[in-house]
Design a protein around this ligand. Structure first.
Ligand code: TXA
Ligand code: MG
Length: 322
């Protein structure tokens, strides 16, 4: 307990002086800075080598605080907040004056999220400002789901990583754009569409998940990608075309006798898509570190977080084909 208090204090001190801190959330680790401090936010873009056109999500601890970040909070946002915040949901709302345009990449809208991780919620409660934070990975790479992942890639560029253990969900938040009562899904993520459907209507037509147009933020198709080429499809069909000693496998439950066991990841032995989601990004990172040429992955069942996993696998495979 004493340690946790000290760690929080340290994180708060760095953030208050305008430095970056990596923070745990239930989705993925974030790379945080004071959202009101432009000089601090610049450091995020530098550390990630993130292009300035890709806007950041602003994190806070309560729906009351959202009114300092967003100029207007429509009724549907309150309904969603009541049920899903804190949680793996980001709402795109009209931006408040106080949020620098650097945070929103010049857009008049801002992404707002209340994360559910107890450490980060407590940190946000202690700070007198919200935190702008993208995922704590170099731009375009797989998001981190442990403090070690952050350390491996950005450790040298960060004064402090607040270690909150492994992320419980393991996929980034679901992003919704609200235009009055119109709801658009900009990114599938840690909150399943089935759950959202308990509060709002989400028709398939309103799911805009991938694009190669960089002016459509949040929807870059080549993203979340490991260095190894990813082939998404039926592993049984694809495997005979490869040297089995040189491939890695990401399956939900299957094992393939011709492939070395240390190159195979079963995302969930019991076929549970939530468990699969939690394991996906460390599986991609692990296979990226192995001496193989390709990653063969199979699509997950199209239900619950299975859809968001498929979206990430698809984006991982796009980059490989360029
Ligand atoms: O779970 C998450 O959302 C994690 C944790 C740290 O909160 N954050 C995260 O941030 O995934 P990031 O920056 O890696 O992805 C956020 C996406 C970006 O692709 C960005 O384009 C989109 O959200 N986004 C942010 N603000 C937006 C806006 N005003 N309009 C449209 N898209 C926006
Ligand atoms: Mg990201």
């Amino acid at each position: 307990m004493a340690d946790i208090g000290k760690n929080l204090q340290r994180a708060a001190a760095y953030l208050t002086q305008g430095d970056l801190v990596a923070i745990p959330t239930e989705t993925v680790y974030g790379l945080a800075a004071n959202a009101f401090d432009e000089a601090a936010v610049v450091k995020i873009f530098e550390a990630k080598q993130r292009p300035a056109f890709d806007p950041l999500i602003v994190h806070t601890h309560s729906i009351e605080e959202v009114t300092n970040i967003a100029r207007e909070v429509p009724d549907v946002a309150y309904q969603l907040a009541e049920k899903f915040m804190p949680g793996p949901l980001t709402l795109i709302l009209p931006k408040a004056e106080r949020i620098p345009l650097l945070v929103t990449s010049g857009h008049n809208s801002v992404g707002v999220r209340i994360p559910r991780h107890p450490l980060t919620l407590e940190l946000l409660r202690q700070l007198p400002f919200p935190l702008a934070a993208p995922s704590a990975n170099p731009f375009g790479y797989v998001s981190p789901t442990s403090a070690q992942h952050v350390q491996d890639q950005l450790g040298g560029r960060l004064p402090y990583i607040l270690d909150g253990g492994e992320c419980q969900i393991g996929l980034e938040s679901t992003i919704l754009r609200l235009n009055g009562d119109e709801v658009e899904v900009l990114r599938l993520g840690g909150l399943a569409l089935e759950e959202l459907a308990e509060v709002i209507q989400v028709s398939e037509a309103k799911i805009r998940t991938s694009s190669s147009n960089p002016t459509a933020p949040g929807m870059l198709s080549s993203h979340y990608a490991p260095r190894r080429r990813v082939l998404l499809g039926s592993i049984e069909t694809d495997l005979p075309n490869f040297d089995a000693a040189r491939v890695g496998i990401i399956s939900l439950q299957k094992l393939f006798p011709s492939v070395p066991l240390e190159h195979q990841i079963q995302l969930s032995a019991t076929g549970n898509v939530n468990e699969a989601a939690k394991n996906l990004f460390s599986a991609l990172r692990y296979l990226d570190s192995q001496n193989i040429d390709f990653i063969l992955a199979e699509p997950m069942p199209k239900q619950g977080l299975g859809r968001a996993i498929n979206d990430r696998l698809q984006r991982a495979s796009f980059q490989a084909e360029e």
